[in-house]
Design a binder for this molecule. Sequence first.
Ligand code: DGI
Ligand code: FE
Ligand code: FE
Ligand code: FE
Length: 187
Amino acid sequence: MNRKEALEMVKPHLTEHRYTHTLGVRDTALTLAEKMGADQDKAEIAAIFHDYAKFRSKDEMRGIIKEQQLDEDFIHYGDELLHAPAGAHLVKKEIGIADEEILSSIFWHTTGRPEMSNMEKVIFLADYIEPNRKFPGVEQVRETAEKDMDEAIRNALSNTVTFLLQKNQPVFPGTLKAYNDITFKKQ
Ligand code: DGI
Ligand code: FE
Ligand code: FE
Ligand code: FE
């Protein structure tokens, strides 16, 4: 599968807006992968498919998490979390992507996790800072990413946790663990 075929495969699953976001994540992931010494071809494929499941029904995604015996916290901490683990499963099953580095960066792209691999960091951060993102604080994270990827990820996780607390939303335990992990390592 080349880049053009990958884009053709993902496009019917996304809205115009989400496809534009996906192209932004692809471009940013290529830059970050080069900086981190991660495989650029894999980063590109992971970026192209990272939101593959975004528009699947919640019931289908919850069903996958149960059937595949994935961590049920993904079901209980907010519906926005479902598309990441469900997407990793669906790109394996429907697209035939078998590479574990690609699949796990799709799996963890929304929440992050402790001990993230370089590829997971690339996709997590590219999703957060790609040029079409407009939310408060994103410019600061973009600037930090130029100098220190881990600090940028820590800022992104901290912004997400703060945003969830302000809306009285639950915080996925893995997101807090990811924040703590990166914070301890920086001390
Ligand atoms: O799919 P995207 O919009 O490109 O981005 P994403 O996969 O990072 O999803 C962002 C959403 O996920 C946003 O609404 C906040 C939510 N989110 C991220 N981390 C957590 C979370 N929601 C909960 N409940 N808990 C988390 O830890
Ligand atoms: Fe996503
Ligand atoms: Fe994200
Ligand atoms: Fe995304």
